[in-house]
Write a protein that binds this ligand. Structure first.
Ligand code: SAJ
Length: 439
């Protein structure tokens, strides 16, 4: 089949690549000329394990090409972004533009699939009317389906093949058509349902995760005020066979979990109290973390406290900084009067500061704040790092260093655990270890 994938981002490009690998003739369409050029040169413009190699292979084999305009095809897949606007409603401009670009090419028997995450009802109320400007009828003359992506960045290629897929069709014929297409490269189960059900399934998945993380973050606040170790409580609670509490942290970032729940709030403002409260709990985290760091630093008695922030991406082991809570923590620390230095193995800058090496970031710092649990950070020689600092206050917002033996050795018996933050204070000599008393 000839496949056209509109949008060559972190879903569109791997999907186009796998479809090409399965033997289809694939044309990727993107409005960004550098993305098109990179792909035609056989390189992936995004970092995803294994992708570059596969892209090279299918481009060299002539099965995947890229261009700016939509060609005629048997199957059209739309994988463009659906961000939120400042008022927290969905920005559907990219999806609309994609539908308009395909409409002149729709023919009898074409299959149109939306993979972008969209508010419930969007395919039927917004997209299909645009496609029907072709004067062909959706579900009768051509097929329409929504098949939301559900892969995790960092493991996209594996998950695109092995995860179960949900395919919602405007009618069973459309869902079956789409299922047959996905079956050419998906090894997981492919389950058919209605259009709106598929749209809602995706939003339910991400809102569920957001609410669970908000619960963990709220629990962190409870533990803080009661002087209990939240990590220990979650570890113990998760020994229950039907409990699975996610991890607290500096906030929820990325372009999915922090965004998609708003589509539900927009659709049903009167029945999304829990979902909007969870968003607020998670959105408040960066300021809360910065506040706690500032309180710790007040004890160091320096005019301008220096803080080293490690990890700028929205989560571990990815290069994506979109909606990263780290950016908000840094901005808030600066607002509170701190001088901040940042480091991240996957980023060069955060838009304002250049990233420096970990050693450079911590040298002379009063606090080291771990914001992302990148693999590179897990086995640090913390004892040596703290020796570079002016006041070695360590703030671990991810619980990543809880079991570090060196840290245990360095911790004074009265060291305390506060909120999600495990905070230790060492005398600069490293010899006399005194914990900062609780306020
Ligand atoms: N986070 C926590 N605590 C946790 C887990 C995550 O604070 O216990 C934070 C992360 O640090 C990050 C944010 O939440 O800032 C989101 O990370 P994530 O790993 O939960 O999710 P994403 O955004 O990378 O990918 C999600 C996935 N959705 C679900 O797991 C339900 C993925 O399957 C979706 O395909 C993707 O969203 C998407 O495109 O919607």
């Amino acid at each position: 089949m000839k496949i056209c994938v509109v949008g060559l981002g972190y879903i569109g490009l791997p999907t186009a690549t796998l479809a090409a690998l399965a033997g289809h003739k694939v044309v990727g369409v993107d409005t960004n000329p550098s993305v098109v050029e990179a792909l035609n040169n056989g390189t992936a413009h995004i970092q995803e394990p294994g992708l570059d190699e596969l892209v090279r292979k299918v481009v060299l084999a002539g099965r995947l090409t890229a261009q700016a305009n939509v060609p005629d095809a048997d199957v059209y897949i739309v994988a463009v972004p659906t961000p939120i606007k400042d008022d927290k409603t969905a920005d559907l401009s990219y999806v609309k533009a994609a539908a308009y670009s395909v409409t002149p090419h729709i023919q009898e028997g074409s299959l149109f699939i939306v993979e972008s995450t969209i508010p419930p009802g969007c395919t039927e109320e917004l997209i299909i009317p645009i496609l029907e400007e072709s004067e062909l009828r959706a579900g009768i003359d051509f097929y329409v389906a929504h098949c939301p992506e559900r892969v995790i960045p960092g493991n996209v290629l594996h998950e695109l093949v092995h995860n179960d897929r949900i395919v919602g069709g405007i009618n069973p014929a459309s869902a079956n058509r789409a299922r047959a297409f996905y079956a050419t490269f998906v090894k997981g189960g492919i389950f058919t349902t209605g259009l709106k059900e598929a749209e809602l399934t995706k939003l339910a998945e991400n809102a569920y995760r957001d609410v669970n993380i908000a619960f963990a973050n709220e629990l962190a606040g409870i533990c803080e005020s009661l002087g209990v170790d939240v990590w220990e409580v979650i570890k113990m609670a998760n020994r229950h066979p039907r409990v699975n509490i996610l991890k607290p942290g500096p906030g929820v970032g990325g372009h999915c979990i922090a965004v998609d729940p708003w589509f539900l709030v927009e659709s049903c403002p009167d029945c999304t109290r829990l979902i909007s409260a969870a968003r607020k709990v998670n959105d408040d985290r960066p300021a809360r973390i910065a506040q706690q760091v500032a309180e710790m630093l007040a004890r160091c008695d320096v005019d301008v406290p220096r803080v080293a922030c490690l990890g700028m991406t929205y989560k571990a082991d990815v290069d994506d900084m979109r909606c990263s809570p780290s950016l908000d923590v840094v901005a808030e620390l600066e607002r509170l009067g701190c001088e901040v230095r940042i480091s991240d193995p996957y980023a060069n800058a955060n838009g304002k500061h250049e990233c420096v090496s970990v050693e450079e970031a911590v040298s002379g710092a009063d606090a080291l704040v771990l914001l992302v649990d990148h693999k590179q950070y897990l086995n640090f020689d913390l004892e040596s790092l703290t020796k570079l600092m002016r006041h070695p206050v360590i703030v671990d917002t991810r619980g990543a260093w809880r079991d570090t033996p060196e840290l245990e050795m360095m911790v004074a018996p009265e060291a305390f655990v506060r909120d999600t933050i495990r905070t230790e204070y060492f005398e600069p000599s490293g010899e006399t270890k005194a914990a900062v008393p609780m306020p």
